[in-house]
Design a protein around this ligand. Structure first.
Ligand code: ZN
Length: 282
């Protein structure tokens, strides 16, 4: 079946004005909005075609975003767990943990498992049935699909969504839906590849987070803040999110994989932009 590629307006402000400078990845293009500065994919794959790929379990067994180069998502466990554990201990120090947690786009559930010491209840959602089956080992409850699959009226003290927002075609509706699922005073924590990082500026088109066609929006500090503000959040704060990668990934990339590789992680700062914001008290 041929895939459908479409043109779109800016997903954050609906403007059609873009700067001349862009990144071309035929047939796709990453452009920057002149009005709100968001970078986004235009043209892009239609959302219907994209969603059908996510529901295919093979998606998770392939590569994903900045973790490209892994042959298997489960293989990433050894670097994802320390990455999430480090991030959660930071959230704990910032007093953002406690109560009931929802993770949107939980994958195989490693974050939910690492979150056990910090929350009373841990709930997750994911579009992949294979991921949902694995994640249910690690959580109190897992729902297959998006946040609307969770029974109406169920709300959370904290919602975390790591490396999901860049896949979302209508980010305002997504964040507004999460806002409604927070208790007053609850926190939404988003983490996404950092378009404003020196990694992107230095690597340009070779930046691994230009993951097409699935990454349809690219945020920096300014545009992620705007998204939160537009959806009614307050107390918006940056959160450092150092990311671990196994040394073997670099051996593979440098074609050194014939050499014995020590099983260690290397930590990278500023790959991911983390941000928290509070739903106002009523
Ligand atoms: Zn815009």
């Amino acid at each position: 079946m041929p895939l459908h590629v479409e043109n779109c307006v800016c997903p954050l402000c609906e403007s059609t004005h873009v700067y001349e400078k862009n990144y071309s990845f035929h047939p796709y293009r990453v452009v920057q909005c002149r009005d709100c500065q968001l970078w986004y994919l235009n043209p892009r794959l239609s959302e219907k075609d994209m969603l059908s790929q996510y529901s295919d379990d093979a998606y998770f067994e392939g590569s994903d975003g900045i973790n490209e180069g892994y042959s298997d998502y489960s293989e990433q466990e050894k670097s994802l767990r320390p990455t999430f554990s480090h991030f959660l201990s930071l959230l704990n120090r910032q007093q953002l943990t406690g109560g009931d947690l929802l993770e949107v786009g939980c994958g195989y559930g490693y974050l939910l498992d690492e979150a056990k010491p910090y929350f009373n209840q841990r709930v997750g959602t994911d579009f992949s049935l294979g991921a949902v089956n694995k994640a249910s080992l690690y959580a109190d409850e897992i729902f297959h699909g998006g946040v609307n699959e969770i029974p109406q009226g169920k709300t959370f003290d904290c919602i975390i969504s790591v490396e999901v927002i860049e896949h979302i075609y209508d980010p305002k509706t997504f964040v507004e839906d999460l806002y409604k699922r927070l208790k007053p005073g609850g926190y939404l924590i988003l983490a996404t590849p950092d378009m404003g990082s020196f990694w992107r500026k230095g690597m340009q088109k070779r930046w691994p987070s230009f993951k097409l066609p699935e990454h349809v929006t690219y945020y920096d500090d300014e545009t992620l803040r705007k998204l939160y503000k537009d959806c009614g959040f307050e107390d918006i704060q940056n959160l450092p999110f150092p990311h671990a990668f196994p040394l073997s990934v670099f051996f593979e990339k440098l074609k050194l994989d014939f050499l014995p590789c020590p099983k260690i992680n290397i930590w990278f700062p500023h790959v991911v932009l983390g941000m928290s914001a509070r739903r106002p008290y009523e």
